[in-house]
Design a protein around this ligand. Structure first.
Ligand SMILES: [Zn+2]
Length: 473
């Protein structure tokens, strides 16, 4: 849990302890080998746990709450539950949607790559009523829910009081942009360079960059990085245009046109990628951001489509070809006519199979996936809640180590849940006390305080003095 009215720089800093661990949810067994009934049961238990954990908070949001603050004053506080920070898969589970559904609007699965159109916003209250209808055996309601990409089970959030479910979704830069689209674009770019045999020049340029303010140089070539971090992809966005330009110098006359188109598309994406990270926005920057996104979506088809063969597209088109060819063989066995007629007939049928298989492949290997749709909601989110970096999952993922892994390591691994929470709470309370005292010292309330604090916290010493102290101990 975190507080929305902290400045985002402070909220996202791991040292400020702005993320608080509220509860540990039970870890269900892996779902792969389970029956549908068992899967549903796991889903239900998780939602019930969420309901129990969140109920006190949701009830508190109904009116003012008296809270004792660290400056020993008592204040009357109003709690508003305004967001849940998670990645896309967690959102669809929380909100009771299907994996390829948009949490903000009712866009259909076939329209995910369409840009510049608005779909009706999701009405989670109406879904609740439809779900109850469907539970009573109303098949039409169940069918409507299925069409809208809504799953039949009841999500806990919809039944809690004082929560506006439609406002909970926040764009996630880490998984949606950096580890999502930027990584995809990087992969397609490298595939493009490979096609034109330019990867060596790209790797040389990639490795030769020297460190700069806000840029850490890469120590590994692109092909050697197997596990990407969000930070690396942020840095990659800064250098991609220039390294690709260096790799594509001196094109032959035939290469000139594809190279230019690819670089134009890449430039539009990188501009968009840099703009979503802006800390402040106004109408002009928002306009630029939308324009770059639209430019990228208009240009992406030609240079990058060929590098987007999803495994499913390949599998489906191949299995179609295999089946159709076998059918053709069977019909040809009973073919009545001369050998020449048979050959012509076979050739024309084979050609038709090939076009059919290509159509299947094309329909599945397009840019029609959810990551391509979510950026359409960035502008409205920035207008309502400010810069996107404030809601990224970065901070939560970082806090995970401190909140869980350290506690797990310190436990005896027997019934570890309780031990992890106790361990974390103890550390957390000491740290919060330290932060409060540091703040009091900074405000110079008491002049003798610094001297007294120096006896307790080594954060008051310079790095040099701290090393000296450790040596003496
Ligand atoms: Zn949408």
């Amino acid at each position: 849990m975190t507080l929305g009215n902290l400045p985002s720089a402070m909220r996202n800093a791991p040292t400020s302890e702005a993320m608080y661990l509220v509860a540990l949810l039970p870890i269900p067994p892996k779902k792969k080998k389970l029956k549908q009934r068992q899967k549903d049961r796991i889903e239900k238990i998780l939602q019930e746990c969420l309901y129990d954990v969140l109920l006190p908070l949701a009830e508190a949001a109904g009116g003012p709450v008296e809270i004792d603050c660290c400056d020993s004053k008592r204040r009357s506080c109003h709690i508003r539950i305004c967001g849940w920070i998670a990645d896309h898969i967690e959102y669809v589970k929380l909100l009771g949607l299907k994996p390829q559904s948009c949490p903000k609007c009712e866009v259909g699965f076939r329209d995910l790559q369409t840009v510049g159109r608005d779909w009706p916003a999701r009405d989670y209250q109406a879904y609740m009523e439809k779900r109850l209808d469907a539970d009573d055996g109303n098949l039409r309601s169940a069918e409507e829910l299925g069409k809208l990409g809504v799953s039949p089970f009841h999500p806990a959030l919809s039944s809690l009081p004082n929560i506006r479910v439609d406002g909970l979704h926040k764009p996630d830069l880490l998984h949606g942009i950096h580890l999502g689209l930027t990584l995809d674009i990087l992969e397609w770019t490298v595939a493009f360079l490979k096609k034109y045999k330019r990867t060596d020049a790209f790797d040389r340029a990639w490795l030769s960059l020297s460190p700069h303010v806000n840029f850490e140089r890469f120590t590994k070539a692109y092909s050697q990085i197997t596990q990407w971090k969000g930070k690396e992809l942020r840095h990659a966005g800064k250098i991609l245009i220039s390294t690709v330009a260096a790799a594509l110098t001196a094109p032959s006359p035939a290469e000139r046109a594809p190279f230019r188109k690819m670089q134009e598309c890449l430039l539009a994406y990188v501009n968009f990628h840099l703009m979503v990270q802006y800390k402040f926005h106004n109408e002009t920057t928002l306009g630029y951001m939308t324009d770059y996104w639209e430019e990228f979506t208009a240009l992406r088809e030609e240079p990058f489509r060929q590098f987007r063969p999803t495994a499913k597209a390949k599998k489906n088109s191949e299995s179609y070809t295999r089946k159709a060819k076998k059918d053709l063989e069977d019909t040809m066995k009973t073919f009545d006519g001369t050998a020449r007629e048979k050959r012509t007939e076979e050739a024309s049928k084979l050609a038709r199979i090939e076009t059919e298989a290509k159509a299947i492949y094309d329909s599945l290997s397009s840019f029609n996936y959810i990551k391509m749709h979510l950026p359409n909601h960035f502008t409205s989110s920035i207008r309502a809640f400010g810069c996107l970096g404030g809601f990224s999952t970065d901070a939560g993922e970082l806090a995970h180590v401190k909140q869980l892994k350290d506690g797990w390591r310190a436990s005896n691994h027997v019934n570890a849940y309780r031990q992890i929470i106790d361990f974390y709470n103890r550390k957390y309370q000491f740290r919060i006390r330290e932060l409060n005292l540091l703040q009091v010292e900074r405000e110079q309330v008491d002049e003798t305080l610094t001297e007294r604090l120096r006896n307790v916290f080594d954060s008051f010493y310079t790095a040099e003095e701290r090393r000296e102290l450790h040596r003496m101990n």
